[in-house]
Design a protein around this ligand. Structure first.
Ligand code: CO
Length: 134
């Protein structure tokens, strides 16, 4: 069902410092910060030849990553995103197999303008999984 690894998202307490690490220390190509208010984050995209890293920083009052950063003060891997071709078919198959989809199960439009869903980390080896329709 899942296809390519679309991105790895890393929550960071200091977006400028994290961007500098990826741009200057690691020599990667990075984007300008992009606010995604509907997901409560500001994102910097790090473009690698085979995938992307997304540096996430809380935006607004109810950011879903604020609690994560409280528990992980220096930041950490927040989720990984796999591509699927049909998100509703993928959701239905996952639910049938007992996986829990977060929220009301309706795909939201993600940071790339495509439908996404998040799956409960307890059902996936302790990792928050995002699926994105490409
Ligand atoms: Co993501």
């Amino acid at each position: 069902m899942i296809g390519r690894l679309n991105h790895v998202a890393i929550a960071v307490p200091d977006l400028e410092a994290a961007t500098a690490i990826y741009r200057d220390t690691l020599g990667a190509q990075v984007s300008a910060p992009q606010p995604v208010p509907e997901h409560g984050v500001t994102v910097v995209f790090v473009n690698l030849p085979n995938t992307k890293i997304e540096l996430l920083h809380p935006l607004g009052e109810k950011s879903p990553i604020a609690g994560f950063l409280e528990k992980n003060a220096s930041g950490g891997i927040h989720h990984i995103c796999y591509e699927v071709t049909d998100i509703l078919a993928a959701r239905d198959q996952l639910v049938k197999q007992g996986a829990r989809v977060l929220g009301d199960g309706t795909p939201k439009i993600g940071a790339h303008g495509k439908p996404v869903l998040f799956l409960h980390p307890k059902d996936f080896c302790g990792t928050l999984v995002e699926i994105e329709q490409v």
